[in-house]
Write a new protein. Structure first.
Ligand SMILES: NC(=O)c1ccc[n+]([C@@H]2O[C@H](COP(=O)([O-])OP(=O)(O)OC[C@H]3O[C@@H](n4cnc5c(N)ncnc54)[C@H](OP(=O)(O)O)[C@@H]3O)[C@@H](O)[C@H]2O)c1
Length: 318
């Protein structure tokens, strides 16, 4: 065997199809006579990998909070794209009209996906406790809960933080997430081996590293982190997977909400940098849910290339 062929064969066995596709161009230039065979193998590997992810998600019911915008919306579309033939999506948020538009969009692209848009304010405990009972029978067997709904308000520092902002951030990011988790866990716990299902919590770099002007938001995300870590320990004797994904800077409606609808102020946050897109995070969420059942992507921090910490960014001058 040609020594390079041997190396390529080893690579095919050990690397993911993604890594291999990055190597392919240089291999193509060096060894035109063997590339065709290996390119076919690479395509086969890629297809096999994709279809195993789709197979693992087949027939599942996925519940996403905050699905009307940003990361939540992208996550809904990414699940539908990955398993377009047999999937159920429950999309929740306060803006029901937007959810219905997303449901229509998914219906056109992935007719095998059943979408249920539900108006739900996670910061209202009564709405959360009535939620599961209100689901149609065919959507009740939830397999994956993506706790994504969340928000930040303002940049004020103590002692000038608006009490209403403190309340809404804690009620949404912390109590809302905990109440959703408590509403869905009993469904998971009826299953074999102590229980099965995935809880995917969207935390933030802010939960790992507090910054000035973000004390309340950072405190809420630190609370999410503690709750998530405790939950993973509490459920150790089950097959329930507890997953946290912590994004760095992502361009969504997040900053517009932070600055009370002031788009110009929000745009300034992203000046000179290249933030993540909500699709970048959605891919990680779907990847986590699409792993083999024994694999738990417990804790993931995702930065754009220019970011190294909550407040450490490289900004290009204009
Ligand atoms: N963007 C970032 O840089 C960044 C970084 C790290 C972490 N995160 C986290 O990522 C998650 C998603 O944020 P995003 O960036 O995608 O922002 P976004 O575009 O503003 O989306 C936030 C979503 O949460 C929903 N939401 C807000 N309050 C809610 C409530 N009380 N009940 C139900 N849904 C509610 C919103 O829907 P409605 O308004 O229709 O209710 C919307 O769908 C949040 O948990 C956020 O903290 C964001």
């Amino acid at each position: 065997m040609h020594p390079l062929s041997h190396r390529i064969t080893r690579l095919l066995h050990t690397s993911t199809s993604f890594a291999f596709s990055a190597l392919r161009p240089s291999i193509s230039t060096q060894l035109p006579h063997i590339t065709h065979r290996f390119r076919n193998s690479a395509i086969h590997l890629h297809t096999a990998n994709m279809s195993s992810m789709a197979a693992r998600l087949k027939g599942k019911t996925i519940l996403i909070t905050g699905a009307s915008s940003g990361i939540g919306k992208s996550t809904a579309l990414e699940f539908a794209k990955t398993q377009p033939e047999d999937l159920k999506l429950i999309l929740t948020a306060r803006r029901i009209d937007t959810l219905k538009e997303i449901a229509t969009e998914i219906g056109k692209q992935a007719p095998g996906v059943k979408v249920l848009p539900v108006k739900l304010d996670v910061s209202v405990p009564e709405e959360v406790s009535a939620f599961v009972g209100g689901l149609p029978q065919e959507f009740r067997e939830v397999d994956v809960l993506v706790n994504n709904a969340g928000l930040v308000k303002g940049m004020a520092q103590a002692p000038d933080i608006n009490p209403a902002d403190i309340s809404v951030m804690f009620a949404t990011n912390v109590t809302g997430l905990i109440n959703m988790t408590q509403a869905i866990l009993p469904i998971f716990k009826t299953r074999a081996d102590g229980g099965r299902g995935d809880i995917i919590n969207i935390g933030s770099i802010a939960g790992r590293e507090p910054y000035q002007g973000g004390s309340i938001y950072c405190a809420t995300k630190a609370a999410v982190r503690s709750f998530t870590d405790a939950l993973r320990r509490e459920l150790i004797a089950t097959r329930i997977r507890i997953i946290e994904i912590d994004p760095g800077q992502v361009e969504t409606e997040f900053s517009v909400v932070r600055f009370g609808g002031d788009k110009a102020k929000a745009d300034k946050v992203y000046e000179g940098v290249e933030p993540l897109t909500p699709d970048d995070i959605a891919e990680v969420v779907v990847f986590a849910a699409g792993r083999r059942e024994n694999v738990v992507l417990a804790d993931t921090l995702v930065f754009p290339n220019h970011q190294a910490a909550a407040t450490v960014m490289h900004r290009k001058s204009a």
